[in-house]
Design a protein around this ligand. Structure first.
Ligand SMILES: [Zn+2]
Length: 292
């Protein structure tokens, strides 16, 4: 294991969080492109962003996250067409998320991995909300990324970074840490992907309709491998809870007729995974203490 970064760079955590919030706003600006283009199977690099109405290329100085939107009062500089408030919203949300993950991790070698995970969850949430899909272009590389994290981070930041790893290491004392970590990833992926697959399967048998695409299953393979089985089960519980609450609200507003209508579950699984990443260990400790 490497020495902790804060032994080398001694910067107060609130300053690191502020810096990461700025980075988050920039990544968020990139995420708005990802959210818009990945479902359309367009390149996320070329061409540069243009105004959807007048097709004038957006100047770099008009492309500063959040700030440009406020300065331009949400209008295109060339033609005055309204710019969707979704752009600054995603940028601000990513900024807040990056600050929160940094606050949670501290200055650690694991931080970059957790930030990438949080950013991909945010992209999946917004893509599912807009297009009702969870694209393979994110979930497949996401599974590979989770496995790389599992191999590297125990050596970079220590096994205790993972919720499940310390316990697993005492169960397999003779195996190398990276292998135990991958076993944890496999158990987590099975718990996440397996339960989503089972839910879809049962729903199909009960109702005779296709409940969900395999996007949710693939998403939960990634989440399960990354977070481990306990935080993954928590993710599904939080997803089901927030999804039900949202479903009741939507049904109430629409007059409570259409039980068949579907909310994209990926949104709520994404929210659950981020809450689990940030607060999961504490929620589990609190929950366990209720039974003592
Ligand atoms: Zn324009």
């Amino acid at each position: 294991m490497l020495p902790p970064i804060d032994n080398v760079i001694n910067v107060p955590l609130p300053i690191v969080c502020a810096f990461m919030a700025v980075l988050g706003a920039i990544i968020g600006s990139f995420l708005t492109v990802v959210i818009h283009r990945i479902p359309l199977e367009q390149s996320i690099v070329f061409p540069a962003s243009t105004c959807p109405r007048c097709h004038v290329a957006i100047k770099f100085y008009d492309n500063i996250p959040i700030v440009s939107y406020l300065l331009l009062r949400g209008r295109c500089r060339a033609c005055g067409a309204g710019i969707s408030a979704r752009y600054p919203a995603v940028e601000a949300l990513t900024a807040i998320l990056f600050a929160a993950v940094t606050w949670h991790d501290g200055l650690s070698f694991a931080l970059a991995f957790d930030l990438a995970f949080a950013a991909s969850m945010l992209a999946l949430i917004f893509i599912d909300a807009e297009h009702m899909i969870l694209p393979n272009a994110i979930t497949y590389p996401g599974v590979i990324f989770a496995l790389i994290t599992r191999v590297a981070v125990p050596y970079l930041a220590g096994p205790a970074h993972f919720d499940d790893l310390p316990q697993l290491m005492s169960a397999f004392p003779s195996l190398p840490v990276w292998l135990v970590s991958l076993i944890g990833a496999a158990i987590g992926a099975l718990a996440g992907g397996g339960s989503l697959w089972l839910m879809g399967f049962m729903w199909e048998k009960l109702r005779g309709v296709e409940a969900m695409g395999f996007g949710d299953v693939k998403m939960m393979l990634m989440v399960g491998a990354f977070l481990g089985w306990r935080l993954t089960i928590l993710t599904i519980l939080l997803g089901a809870l927030s999804g039900s609450i949202a479903g009741i609200i939507v049904m109430y507003r629409r007059g409570g007729r259409n039980l068949q209508m579907m909310l994209p579950f990926g949104i709520f699984l994404g929210i659950g995974s981020i809450v689990s990443l940030l607060f999961g260990s504490r929620i589990i400790i609190w929950y366990a203490s209720q039974f003592r």
